[in-house]
Design a binder for this molecule. Structure first.
Ligand SMILES: Nc1ncnc2c1ncn2[C@@H]1O[C@H](COP(=O)(O)OP(=O)(O)OP(=O)(O)O)[C@@H](O)[C@H]1O
Length: 886
C-alpha cells in the first residue's frame, strides 16, 4: 500500500543505519542476578536463625547439631534458589515470545518489520491500537491521539498534530499518522523509564499475599512450639543452652521455608504448560486466577468465529446480489437479482473498497492479505464485482480519512469529489436518505448470522477536508448494505460445552448487531433459554439492576461500547464472580484491567489491549481460554496437594515435643531435633516437588470453579484432623511399643540404646507414613486405589529415593549422628502400620466428604466461596453455584 506522506528510507540505507546505531531495543528489566538471589536465600530471617543456632551448638560442644544446621541452610538455600531462578527465567522467556512489529515506509511502500529494525530517519506508520516503537515527530496525521499513561500516568488520550513529538511506549488511541523517527532504543525517553522502573519494586500479587499468610501462620505455630519447648525444659531444670538449641531446632524444622519457591515453581510450570497451548501468561499469578474463573465474557469475531470474512450478499434499494467465492481469490460466482441491480451493486462495492484499509494482493500464485480480514473482504468484493478501483483511485485521490472507532462504529473517506462512509447499520442508516427499506434487509441478513455494514456516499462540500467529523458524516445517500460471513470455529461448540461442564458461566459481549450476535451464540451453543439479549444502549443505568441483568449464563450483549464492557465486568465482580474478559480493541484496555483476568488476542488484537492483558491468546481461539482454565485449576490443586503433604509431616514432627511437654518430661522425646531436620530436608523434599508436578487432572473440568482459599477448612481438617493424627498415633505407638518391650515405665529415663531404637521406630513410622501420604495427597477426592499408578512417575522416583534415604538414616553411618538406630522387631511391626493408618484415614475422609457433597451439592470439593480479595469484591453467598456434573 502506498504511503500517505513521504517515501521514507531505502532498504539499503535503513540496513546501513541499523549497523551504525544498533537494534532498536530497550533492555527489559534484567533478570535478578543469580549471585544476589543466592545471597538472599542464605541471609533471610530463618537462615540467620540457623546460623545463630549453629554457632551456639559449636560453643555448647554439639558439633553434629552445628553441622546439621549448616546443612539445612545450604540445602534449603540451594533448593529455594534453583526454583526461584528457574521461575524467574521462565517468566522472562515467556515475555520474549510476545512479538513486536512496526510498520515503516521503505522504498516508498509500507512494510511490516520487527520493531527492533526501526532506525532513525524511518517513517513510522501508526494506526489506532498500535504501540509506538520509537521516538519521533509527526509528519502527516489524520486525527492522531495517543495514550501516554505508561510514561506519564495520565490515561487520557492526547491529540498530536504535525510537528508534535510521539514517544516510545505510548499507544495510538485514535487516528493515523506517519512519524519521522528521531531516536531509537537507548536514546528514547522510554529507556529512562525502564531504568527507573528497574529500581522500583513490584507490589506483591494477591496470591503471594495469601501464601505469605499461610507461611506466617505456620511459622507462628513453629515459634510457639519452640518457645513452649524452651519454657518446659527450663521448668524441668535442663541446662538453658540445651533447651535453647532444641527450641531453635524445633522451630526451624517446622518453618516451611521452601514453600514459597515451590509455589512459584508450580505457577511457572503452569505458565509454561499454558504457553505450549498458545496462552501466554503475563503475570504468573494469573495462572491461579484462571483456575478460579467463574464467568468468561467473550467477544465474537476471531474468538468464536474464524475471522475469515467474505461478503456473501450485497443489498441495494434496486436489487441484490449473492456472492459465492473461495478464500480471498477474486474469482467468484456473483448472481445479481436483475440488471438494474448490477450497477447499484458495483457502486456499493466501489464505495466500500474506497473506505477499506485492507488489501488482497497476488504474490506468486497465492492471494495474501494485508490488514483486517473484514477490510480485506471489502477489497475482494470490488475485485469480484469487476470494479475499476485503480482508475477510481487515480481519478479521485484520497484527501482525508476519518478512521473507525468503536464509539462511532463507522469510518469515512473524502476522495476527490465524493465522501464515502461505511459502518454499522444503526450508526450509518440514520445519517442517510434511507426510507426504511433497509431495515427488512438488515433483519434478514443478521438473522443468517452475517455481519452487516451500511455503505453511503455524497458529493463533497466545502469544509469536508478539514471540518468536524459530524459535519462530514451527514446528509448521506444510502448506496446499500453488505453482508459478511465469518464462519464459526470448528472447535468453538466443544469448547463452549467444556466451559459449561466446568461450571463456568459464559457471556457474549460484542460490538456487533444483536441479530448477528444471537445467531452466532446459538450456533456455538452459548445461548440459553431465557437469558437476556440486550444492546449496550439499553443497559440499566442503575448498577444494582445491571448486576442482576448480567449475572445470567448465556447472556448476549450486543452493540456494546468499551465503557459498557467496563460496567459489565464490574457488575459481575460485584456479584462475587471471578471474571475473565476478552478484548482486542483500542479502547478495551480499561475493561481488561477491570476484569480479574484480561485476555487479549495475539494475532488480531491491538498492542494496547495486549499491554493491558494478563493473558494473551496467541491463536485468538476461545478453546484456548478453556485450556487455560483447566491448567489454572490443576496448578491450584497441585499447590494444595503439596501443602497438605508438607503440613501433615509437621504434625508428626511436632507431636513428640507436645507429648514430652504435656507429660512434663515423663515421656521421653520420640524424635531428636536432628531426626526432625532429616525428615524436613531429606525425606519430604522430593515427594513435595513431585506433587507440584502432578499432571493436569482431567476431572477438574467436570467440577465447579475453584473458588476456595488455598488453605481452607477442608485442607486444615485433612491435615490436623485426619492425616496428621493417623501418622502421629502410629509414630508414638511405635516409640512406646519399643520402650514398653524393654520394660520402660512412665517417668523413668530409658537407657541410651533403648531410646535410640525406639526413636528409630518412631522415625521409620513417619517416613513410611509420609510415603503413603504422598499418594493420598495426589487427589482430594479419589482414594489411592482409584488413581493411575504410573500417573506421576516423578513421585515414584521420589518414593524410591526416600526408601534409600531411610536406609541411610538408619545405617550405622548416620544413626549415631541423628540419634536413632534401626527399630527392633516390635518397632518395625508397629511402624509398618503407619502407611495403612494413613491410607485408611484418607479413604474414610474422602468417602465422608463425598457423602457431604452429595447432600449439599457444593461444587469443586474445595470451599464454595472465595473470601473477598479486595473491598470491591463483594461475596454473594446467595448466588446459585453452577451444578457440578459428574
Ligand atoms: N473498520 C470498520 N469500518 C466500519 N465499520 C466497522 C469497522 N469495524 C467494525 N465496524 C462496525 O462496528 C461494529 C462494532 O465493531 P467492533 O469492532 O466494536 O466490534 P467487536 O466488539 O470487535 O465485535 P466482535 O465481538 O465481533 O469482535 C461492527 O459490527 C461493524 O458493524
Amino acid at each position: 500500500m502506498p504511503s500517505l506522506g513521504g517515501t521514507g528510507l531505502s532498504s539499503a540505507e535503513a540496513a546501513h543505519r541499523l549497523l551504525l546505531t544498533g537494534a532498536n531495543v530497550v533492555p527489559r528489566p534484567r533478570p535478578i542476578s543469580p549471585v544476589r538471589l543466592l545471597a538472599v536465600q542464605f541471609t533471610h530471617f530463618f537462615a540467620m536463625l540457623l546460623w545463630g543456632a549453629a554457632a551456639l551448638a559449636l560453643v555448647a560442644g554439639m558439633p553434629e547439631l552445628a553441622v546439621a544446621a549448616v546443612v539445612v541452610v545450604a540445602i534449603n538455600g540451594v533448593f529455594a534458589f534453583v526454583q526461584e531462578y528457574r521461575a524467574d527465567r521462565a517468566g522472562h522467556a515467556l515475555l520474549e515470545l510476545v512479538p513486536a512489529r512496526a510498520t515503516v515506509v521503505r522504498d516508498g511502500r509500507r512494510r511490516s518489520v520487527p520493531a527492533e529494525d526501526v532506525v532513525v530517519g524511518d517513517l513510522l506508520v501508526l494506526e489506532a491500537g498500535d504501540g509506538v516503537s520509537a521516538d519521533g515527530r509527526v509528519v502527516v496525521t489524520a486525527g492522531l491521539a495517543v495514550d501516554e499513561s505508561l510514561l506519564t500516568g495520565e490515561s487520557t488520550a492526547a491529540h498530536r498534530d504535525v510537528g508534535d513529538v510521539v514517544r516510545t511506549g505510548t499507544f495510538v488511541m485514535e487516528g493515523e499518522a506517519e512519524v519521522e523517527v528521531e531516536a531509537t532504543g537507548l536514546g528514547t525517553q522510554f529507556a529512562d523509564v525502564v531504568r527507573l522502573a528497574r529500581r522500583a519494586r513490584r507490589p506483591p500479587s494477591p496470591l503471594a499475599v495469601r501464601l505469605r499468610r499461610v507461611v506466617h501462620v505456620v511459622a507462628g505455630v513453629a515459634l510457639a512450639a519452640g518457645g513452649t519447648f524452651f519454657a518446659v525444659s527450663w521448668a524441668l531444670g535442663m541446662p538453658l543452652s540445651d533447651g535453647f538449641l532444641f527450641a531453635v531446632g524445633v522451630t526451624v524444622a517446622l518453618v516451611p521455608e521452601g514453600l514459597l519457591p515451590t509455589v512459584t515453581l508450580s505457577l511457572a510450570r503452569g505458565a509454561q504448560r499454558m504457553a505450549q497451548r498458545d496462552a501466554l501468561v503475563r503475570h504468573l499469578e494469573s495462572v491461579e486466577t484462571m483456575g478460579s474463573t467463574t464467568v468468561v465474557c467473550t467477544d465474537k469475531t476471531g474468538t468464536l468465529t474464524r475471522n475469515e470474512m467474505s461478503v456473501v450478499e450485497v443489498w441495494t434499494p434496486q436489487g441484490s446480489a449473492s456472492v459465492v467465492g473461495h478464500g480471498y481469490a477474486p474469482t467468484a460466482r456473483v448472481t445479481v437479482s436483475d440488471d438494474a441491480a448490477a450497477s447499484a451493486v458495483r457502486e456499493v462495492a466501489l464505495a466500500a473498497a474506497r473506505c477499506s484499509t485492507g488489501r488482497a494482493v497476488r504474490s506468486a500464485e497465492r492471494w495474501t492479505t494485508h490488514g483486517d480480514p473484514m477490510e480485506v473482504a471489502l477489497h475482494v468484493l470490488s475485485l469480484r464485482t469487476g470494479v475499476a478501483l485503480e482508475r477510481e483511485e487515480v481519478d479521485r485521490p484520497l484527501r482525508r480519512r476519518l478512521p473507525f472507532d468503536a464509539r462511532r462504529r463507522r469510518m469515512s473517506v473524502v476522495a476527490g469529489d465524493r465522501v464515502y462512509v461505511k459502518g454499522a447499520t444503526d450508526s450509518v442508516l440514520p445519517l442517510t436518505d434511507d426510507d426504511g427499506a433497509a431495515a427488512d434487509a438488515v433483519a434478514r441478513l443478521t438473522e443468517r448470522g452475517l455481519r452487516v455494514l451500511a455503505v453511503a456516499s455524497r458529493a463533497v462540500r466545502p469544509g469536508d477536508e478539514d471540518g468536524a467529523v459530524s459535519a462530514v458524516e451527514t446528509d448521506l445517500h444510502l448506496l446499500g448494505l453488505v453482508g459478511l460471513d465469518d464462519p464459526v470455529r470448528d472447535d468453538a461448540p466443544a469448547a463452549v460445552a467444556a466451559c459449561r461442564a466446568a461450571g463456568v458461566m459464559l457471556v457474549m459481549v460484542t460490538g456487533d448487531h444483536r441479530g448477528t450476535a444471537a445467531h452466532v451464540a446459538r450456533e456455538v451453543g452459548l445461548s440459553r433459554d431465557g437469558a437476556p439479549l440486550v444492546e449496550g444502549a439499553d443497559l440499566p443505568a442503575d448498577d444494582r439492576r445491571l448486576a442482576e441483568l448480567v449475572d445470567h449464563d448465556g447472556a448476549v450483549f450486543a452493540r456494546v461500547t468499551p465503557e459498557d464492557k467496563v460496567r459489565i465486568a464490574r457488575a459481575l465482580r460485584a456479584r462475587g464472580h471471578v471474571v475473565a474478559m476478552t478484548g482486542d480493541g483500542v479502547n478495551d484496555g480499561p475493561a481488561l484491567r477491570e476484569a480479574d483476568v484480561g485476555i487479549a488476542m495475539g494475532r488480531s488484537g491491538s498492542d494496547v489491549a495486549r499491554e493491558a492483558a494478563d493473558l494473551i491468546l496467541l491463536d485468538d481461539n476461545f478453546a484456548t481460554i478453556v485450556d487455560a482454565v483447566e491448567l489454572g485449576r490443576s496448578t491450584f490443586s497441585n499447590i494444595r496437594k503439596f501443602l497438605t503433604y508438607h503440613l501433615t509431616d509437621n504434625v508428626a514432627e511436632l507431636t513428640p515435643f507436645l507429648v514430652w511437654a504435656v507429660s512434663a518430661g515423663q515421656v521421653p522425646l520420640a524424635l531428636t531435633v536432628l531426626q526432625v531436620l532429616a525428615l524436613d530436608i531429606g525425606a519430604d523434599l522430593l515427594p513435595a516437588l513431585a506433587l507440584g508436578a502432578e499432571p493436569p487432572d482431567r476431572t477438574v473440568m467436570r467440577r465447579g470453579p475453584l473458588t476456595g482459599e488455598l488453605v481452607d477448612r477442608r485442607l486444615l481438617g485433612r491435615v490436623f484432623g485426619v492425616l496428621g493424627p493417623a501418622e502421629a498415633v502410629v509414630e508414638m505407638a511405635a516409640f512406646l511399643a519399643v520402650l514398653g518391650a524393654a520394660g520402660w515405665a512412665l517417668g523413668v529415663e530409658p537407657s541410651a540404646p533403648v531410646l535410640a531404637t525406639a526413636s528409630g521406630a518412631a522415625f521409620t513410622a513417619v517416613v513410611l507414613g509420609q510415603l503413603a501420604n504422598a499418594f493420598a495427597c495426589r487427589s482430594e477426592r479419589s482414594w489411592v486405589g482409584a488413581l493411575p499408578v504410573l500417573g506421576n512417575r516423578l513421585l515414584l522416583v521420589a518414593v524410591a529415593v526416600d526408601v534409600v534415604l531411610l536406609g541411610l538414616f538408619l545405617s550405622p553411618l548416620l544413626a549415631g549422628v541423628l540419634g536413632g538406630s534401626p527399630p527392633s522387631e516390635v518397632g518395625w511391626a508397629v511402624a509398618v502400620l503407619a502407611p495403612v493408618a494413613v491410607l485408611v484415614a484418607d479413604t474414610a475422609e474422602k468417602a465422608w466428604a463425598r457423602r457431604g457433597r452429595g447432600r449439599t451439592e457444593v461444587p469443586g470439593g474445595l470451599s464454595p466461596a472465595r473470601a473477598p480479595a479486595s473491598p470491591r469484591r463483594v461475596r454473594h453467598a446467595g448466588r446459585p453455584a453452577p451444578r457440578p456434573q459428574r
